[in-house]
Write a protein that binds this ligand. Structure first.
Ligand code: DC
Length: 224
């Protein structure tokens, strides 16, 4: 059976990471979280390199290598060899990642890195522009979404599990703001590819969502 490429795109909080991990596990595929790449860049910028400082951002991109490894069930993220898994999920990094990802030179610089991950097949890659820009030739494309309230609710549970708190209203507001920023940008905006399957998981849990995608994948593995 052919090991296919699976692109999973969608807005923040749609469950892309959990679902993609489950799908990759079930199929024995590699899992690539492209949002983590933008988050790593945002983390490196920290408070020293500002969004307006193109030269500073370009300097960071010159020596920028992101890798992933599953350790005891956790997808650990490394930037230039340092484990940053615990630092890239804050709301501050989320917003900065969204802002820096709108810069065309940043997207250009990170394109080759992402295409390299896709080259072998047997991969589940998730992000915003995977089906449209990074792997337009993917055998299976999914656009995963859910209502903003449902997505904010999931974020709230995640935060609680990590011991952090944020009001539900504030989370809905941030989710909507990030949607606007990710879908409204000029380059590679968040958008469903014409040939992507729309999966709305407002009313289905993440395990059932993954099962559905695995079913589509099995059909594609046979017919490809
Ligand atoms: O998936 P995420 O929430 O970890 O992504 C963080 C930000 O990175 C997101 O707000 C937009 C950006 N991003 C992107 O522009 N393109 C991708 N393929 C993945 C993420």
């Amino acid at each position: 059976m052919k090991r296919i490429r699976i692109a999973i795109d969608g807005p923040a909080g749609a469950g892309k990471s959990s679902v993609s991990r489950l799908v990759a596990d079930k199929l024995g595929y590699e899992y690539i979280d492209t949002g983590a790449i933008y988050r790593c860049l945002a983390l490196l910028m920290n408070d020293t390199v500002k969004l307006e400082d193109a030269q500073g951002i370009k300097a960071l991109l010159k020596d920028f290598d992101v890798s992933f490894r599953i350790v005891e069930g956790v997808n650990r993220v490394y930037v230039n060899g340092h484990d940053v898994t615990g630092y890239i999920r804050t709301e501050k990094v989320s917003m900065l990642a969204s802002s820096v990802s709108a810069l065309p030179f940043v997207r250009d610089a990170l394109l080759a890195m992402q295409k390299k991950y896709a080259a072998k097949g047997g991969v589940v890659m998730e992000g915003r522009d995977i089906g449209t820009v990074i792997m337009p030739e993917a055998e299976l494309k999914i656009f995963l979404t859910a209502s903003p309230e449902k997505r904010a609710g999931r974020r709230m549970l995640d935060l609680k599990a990590k011991g952090a708190e944020m009001s539900f209203e504030k989370l809905v507001e941030e989710i909507k703001k990030r949607d606007e920023q990710d879908a409204g940008r000029k380059v590679a905006p968040l958008k469903k590819a014409d040939d992507a399957i729309l999966v709305d998981n407002t009313n289905i849990d993440l395990v059932k969502t993954a099962d559905l995608i695995v079913k589509y994948a099995n059909e594609r593995e046979i017919s490809s």
